[in-house]
Design a protein around this ligand. Structure first.
Ligand code: PEP
Ligand code: MN
Length: 340
């Protein structure tokens, strides 16, 4: 961390500042330049609050040299984190495809969709039991019943299940779920993240609607700093000024997250675009950018879906999409995982 001092900083102010800084177990080196003086901090600065430094009258600006995320940072963990999700190795040399409906609506709907997804080559099953909807009058999910149906579908198909948690109060219901998803709207629900950091399950963490990549990585840090290092980062599109798509898929985020972090990266082309016709091209773009997994919404009857009908693929469209995903993933050297 580098602190640039104001030209009119007094010796007294600077020495007081250095005294305060050194209480944080770092060394503060004062460098006197021709035009301005700076203090270089050497040591672990993650606990230092930039705002508190800026509150000193003698300080002009503060710049971080190191990223504030340590556990998620590839600099400190050069090897990829590979998670074993019921035998599906995620983050290594295989691509995983998580598919299933936006919401679990009934046993018949989920099992029919899950079987079709598996048939087409999906390696995990998604389905929302608790649904974060913009309107309180929209379908809110089957809640606990939805989780029971997901576990039945797992029994029928052998596919591990991924489902979203919205409240800490529901954590006990997730004990048999394979991957707990934190939705975009909860990316900065820090108490939820900390609690998930104390459990031993993989957490699929979605990027917030308007969050920077650093904010996403800091949210991963919340989970990891509590002891759970099984975090999967998810790019699901961000809010921009473009109204033709539901969100704007940030493809560069995929390659950048892979460089900055050792954690697996998944891309959700369904919520990123909101358009059935864009799911295939964006899935392929994500595979080309180096993602470790895709999360795709598939519904056996999208026209009658209780949520996100316009972005869910039919099983037929998903199967066609999978043919190209498999071919490209193979070409990229990270073939889609094969399930018995
Ligand atoms: C979802 O995956 O069901 C979902 C609600 O996605 P997001 O949190 O990305 O909007
Ligand atoms: Mn959805």
């Amino acid at each position: 961390m580098v602190i640039v001092l104001k030209n009119n900083a007094t010796k007294q102010q600077v020495s007081e500042l250095i005294g305060r800084l050194e209480k944080n177990n770092v060394r503060a080196n004062l460098v006197e330049g021709v035009h301005s003086n700076i203090i270089g901090l050497i040591g672990d600065t993650v606990h230092i609050d930039i705002e508190a430094i800026l509150a000193n009258e003698c300080v002009e600006t503060v710049r971080r040299v190191q990223e504030p995320y340590k556990n998620a940072n590839r600099k400190f963990h050069p090897d990829n984190t590979v998670l074993d999700i019921c035998g599906r190795l995620t983050g290594g040399d295989r691509t995983q495809v998580i598919a299933g409906p936006c919401s679990v609506e009934s046993e018949k709907q989920l099992i029919e969709t899950a079987q079709a997804c598996k048939q087409a080559g999906a390696t995990m099953l998604r389905g929302g039991a608790f649904k974060p909807r913009t309107s309180p009058y929209s379908f809110q999910g089957l809640r606990e019943e939805g989780i029971k149906i997901l576990l039945k579908a797992k029994k029928e198909t052998g596919l591990p299940v991924v489902t979203e948690i919205m409240s800490l109060a529901h954590l006990d219901m997730f004990s048999d779920v394979d991957v707990i998803q934190v939705g975009a709207r909860n990316m900065q629900n820090f108490e939820l993240l900390k609690a998930l950091g104390r459990c031993d399950k993989p957490i699929l963490l979605k990027r917030g609607l308007s969050s920077t990549l650093e904010e996403l990585l800091m949210s991963a840090e919340y989970i990891m700093s509590e002891g759970n290092s099984k975090v999967i980062l998810c790019e699901r599109g961000i809010r921009t000024f473009e109204p033709m798509t539901r969100n704007t898929l940030d493809i560069s985020a995929v390659a950048l997250l892979k460089q900055k972090s050792h954690l697996p990266v998944v891309v959700d082309p369904s919520h990123a675009t909101g358009l059935v016709k864009l799911v295939e091209p964006m899935s392929l773009a994500a595979v080309a950018a180096g993602c470790d997994a895709l999360e795709i919404e598939v519904h056996c009857d999208p026209k009658n879906a209780l949520s996100d009908g316009s972005q869910q693929l039919t099983p037929q469209a998903f199967a066609e999409c999978m043919v190209k995903i498999k071919a490209l993933a193979q070409f990229m050297g990270k073939p889609v995982d094969s399930v018995e």
